[in-house]
Write a protein that binds this ligand. Structure first.
Ligand code: GUN
Length: 287
């Protein structure tokens, strides 16, 4: 039987509807939740992502500020912009779209976002809190992956989970979140020996490699849940993930599509984090 396709769009719509309900209830208390999104330069993929984030904010009743800076923006100018938003009490969440142009040190910029406004969950404080299981903003893409896996009814507890990729944005946090759910986790990367054998033992396989068609049918355990985080263009210029979907769908139990899988879920989780940022502010005010 072919794999069941995990509908990221439907799951994202449900997550956004939840966020919208919360926004409505919270707005009655007098403050509008607001997300500021900074885009530096004209990276076409980043432009698409940022547009999606702004549109979805509007759909949920979340106010947004879109700040577009030229590609030659200096690090100091960007840091000044972040500081302005950090000091602005009307802004609850700050997101700087990555990657940044080469003249800017990404780490310095992430460090400048106050942890309580870091809705991406990228700041060292939020990363550390996640590591030790304290309340924090969870990074949106891995958090979306977990929701997608759980939506299938697959129990994560006790399963073998394999993550391919070890980036700070996806691979490492995805592994931590799976571990927190009691999976036995293996993180694979470009130096991994026996990649195929390791993947073929995975009940849950998360692919975050950045190479079209990287995960083939012979790398997948029959019945596994396969989450495709890749966002690539194939030889024909068509958007595709890291998984050879046609082949893998013959083996896997569940598979997330690209487009329509992790992408919409990532934005939905961002909105959910922004609502949470707003709720935390209200709690602070009332204390
Ligand atoms: N670039 C690719 N994914 C992301 C993300 O989740 N957040 C930010 N800020 N930049 C990204």
């Amino acid at each position: 039987m072919p794999a069941t396709v995990i509908d990221g769009k439907a799951l994202a719509a449900a997550t956004k509807a939840e966020a919208a309900e919360k926004v409505k209830a919270l707005k009655a208390q007098g403050i509008n939740p607001c997300l500021a999104v900074i885009l530096v330069g004209e990276n076409p993929a980043s432009q698409v992502y940022v547009r999606g984030k702004i549109n979805d904010c509007a759909q949920c009743g979340i106010e947004s500020r879109s700040i577009n800076l030229p590609a030659d923006t200096t690090q100091d100018a960007l840091l000044a912009e972040v500081k302005k938003l950090a000091d602005d009490s009307a802004v609850h969440g700050i997101l700087v779209q990555l990657p940044l142009p080469a003249q800017i040190d990404e780490k310095a910029v992430i460090d400048a976002i106050p942890p309580e406004k870091d809705v991406d969950g990228f700041s060292p404080v939020n990363v550390g809190r996640m590591q030790i299981g304290e309340p924090c903003y969870l990074p949106c893409t891995p958090a979306g992956c977990i929701r997608m896996i759980e939506s299938t009814g697959t129990k994560i507890d006790g399963k073998n989970a394999v993550v391919i990729g070890r980036s700070n944005i996806v691979g490492k946090p995805a592994a931590l979140l799976l571990l927190a759910k009691n999976a036995t986790v293996t993180v694979c990367h470009s130096h991994t020996a026996n990649l195929k054998e390791i993947c073929a033992n995975a009940d849950i396989l998360v692919a975050a490699v950045g190479r079209a068609g990287f995960v083939t049918g012979d790398m997948v355990k029959p019945g596994a849940a396969v989450i495709d985080v890749g966002m690539n263009r194939n030889a024909e210029g068509k958007l595709c993930g890291d998984v050879d979907t046609e082949e893998v769908a013959k083996v896997a139990g569940y598979i997330s599509p690209v487009p329509g899988g992790v992408g919409p879920m990532t934005i939905a989780m961002l909105l959910s984090n922004t609502v949470e940022a707003y709720e935390r502010r209200l709690q602070k005010i009332s204390q």
